[in-house]
Design a protein around this ligand. Structure first.
Ligand code: AHR
Length: 535
């Protein structure tokens, strides 16, 4: 590397990407991983999930009912539980989304036969003649049972737009107060759960700039303070998440972040542990379709996924002006690729999408961004786990499919609780077709982390044409053994559907290991995960 390349490399090092700007096409990448001096732990919560009462997410997707012919545990789809346990699901955000600001938690407790049928925010989006009213069969007790079955932590979103601080505080007491204290705790016990739920993560509203109340950041900050100052102090210590920006706005909605923190200055003492950022790769108003697309469509989606890094960096910088010690962390509690309607798996399954390999690569580049910024992000939740936007599963009755996105979560699961290892990738940038002509994207992107002498390395090759030989070098230690897996397909548009559930799944990737070096060949349009045991 000459001096100019070295300087350029240093500039990009913090993002984990080093591009050699050269016109010669190369299918070789040099990757250097620093194993001696690791960074922050990657919280498992970066691999979180989001489930909302919307179309086929809760009902049929997760809740099939205790008398269903579909295999279930206490009414919850068994396959859903088994698959999420397998990948170590860390949390579920629930009950919404936009649904949360119309939800009254009391409607979902007590004898299921006596629970009311209530209005659901999403009813207005249902095709004519189809019903999405809420039966309340899946309430807080059923949700907590789901969390227990999966080994996941609950993350509850409070109703701010149509609820009150009192309703919120009662919910907190109902969940967390020990039996024998307040009546709400005894009521919880009567309803089957003597032990407190111990809910730690509380979202104070959802999208308060939109479906959650259509507020300005100033109005929201006032309401936020009213909702949190009387928060009942039962253990555990809460992690309070304030509503943050609509990150997929053209200007990244930096104005919301500035406006909210500005309004929280001036002696206010209310704590903000997390700032929620929603970042959708938003193709709702573009001609892009889910399952049929060309090279331009492929690269557009992946480029938008890579933009997650800009969203994180810019909001983090804005927050730093008001909170230089960065007490408040980012919580990316909705993310995913959102295409225009028209390809739902069934008309009532609003926002469901038959995802493809393209969305798997988008997932991989996004999770790599989260890993690389593990110091800034407390949690992230993919929207949404089943039968929805960026889902890991599709399900209808007894039919079930894991999408390619599921397999990326599986391949990346070793990153959870590992420590970030700095990774420098040197390879050609790609010149790719885009809406505005030609765009440039990194030839590879990835992340690395270390736990108990096991190095996890994940890399994405977005190129539709060129495989890449990646030569990996560790700055210290030797590789004792290595294992690799790869997710790809001959067709870029391949996906798993209810009719063809096994089209895309990972397979073993050969890896050559010698001393502190490893070499792999990454096929085009592929995600790879390596596990290197090092000394
Ligand atoms: O995930 C679907 C919807 O997207 C959520 O309900 C809302 O918060 C967001 O706009």
């Amino acid at each position: 590397m000459n001096r100019r390349d070295f300087l350029r490399a240093s500039i990009y090092a913090s993002t984990g990407l080093i591009h050699r700007v050269s016109s010669a096409l190369s299918a070789v990448a040099e990757i250097e991983i620093t194993t001696s001096d690791t960074g922050p732990e990657i919280s498992p919560h970066l691999y979180g999930q989001f489930i909302e009462h919307l179309g086929g997410v809760i009902y049929d997707g997760i809740w099939v009912g205790r008398n269903s012919k579909v295999a279930n545990v206490d009414g919850i789809r068994k396959q859903f539980v088994d698959d999420l346990r397998r990948i170590g699901v860390p949390n579920f955000r629930w009950p919404g989304g936009c649904f949360a600001d119309g939800y009254h938690w009391r409607d979902g407790i007590g004898d299921p036969a006596k629970r009311p049928r209530t209005y659901n925010y999403w009813q207005a989006s249902m095709p004519d003649g189809l019903d999405d009213t809420e039966t309340n069969q899946f309430g807080i007790h059923e949700f907590m049972q789901l969390c227990r079955l999966c080994g996941a932590e609950p993350y509850l979103a409070a109703n701010m737009a149509s609820g009150s601080p009192r309703e919120f505080h009662d919910w907190v007491s109902y969940c967390n107060a020990p039996v024998g204290t307040v009546s709400l705790a005894n009521e919880r016990a009567m309803n089957g759960d003597k032990e407190p739920f111990g809910v730690r993560f509380w979202g104070v509203g959802n999208e308060s700039w939109g479906c959650g109340g259509d507020m300005t950041p100033q109005e929201y900050s006032t309401l936020y303070r009213r909702f949190v100052t009387q928060f009942p102090a039962y253990p555990p210590k809460p992690f309070l998440v304030a509503v943050g920006p609509r990150g997929h706005s053209k200007d990244l909605d930096i104005g919301w972040t500035n406006g909210f923190f500005e309004a929280m200055q001036g002696g206010h003492r209310s704590r903000v542990d997390g700032l929620s950022v929603h970042y959708y790769t938003d193709f709702r108003n573009s001609p892009e379709r889910v399952s049929t697309f060309d090279a331009r469509g492929w690269y557009e989606v992946i480029r938008e996924g890579l933009r997650t890094e800009t969203v994180i960096e810019q909001h983090w910088a804005a927050m730093g002006k008001y909170d230089p010690d960065h007490h408040t962390k980012l919580v990316v509690d909705e993310w995913g690729v959102w295409y225009r309607p028209g390809e739902e798996i069934s008309p009532a399954y609003l926002l469901s999408q038959p995802l493809t390999l393209r969305d798997a690569l988008h997932t991989a580049v996004t999770l790599d961004v989260f890993n690389r910024h593990a110091d800034k992000i407390a949690m992230a939740n993919v929207a949404q786990t089943i039968n929805c936007i960026h889902s890991l599963f599709l399900a209808q009755g007894d039919r079930f499919a894991r999408t390619p996105v599921y397999y990326v979560f599986e391949m990346y699961s070793n990153h959870m609780r590992s420590h970030v290892a700095s990774m420098q990738i040197r390879c050609e940038e790609l010149k790719v077709p885009s809406r505005n002509g030609i765009a440039t994207i990194p030839g590879l992107s990835g992340s690395a982390s270390l736990k108990n002498q096991t190095l996890t390395v994940t890399i994405t090759n977005p190129s539709l044409d060129a495989p890449v030989v990646a030569r990996i070098r560790l700055t210290s230690g030797s590789i004792i053994e290595g294992r690799g897996s790869v997710l790809t397909h001959t067709e870029m548009t391949a996906g798993n559907t209810l009719d063809r559930p096994n089209e895309v799944s990972p397979s073993a990737l050969p890896i050559v290991v010698r001393g502190n070096r490893a070499e792999i060949s990454i096929p085009q349009h592929a995600v790879v995960a390596l596990e290197l045991r090092i000394s």
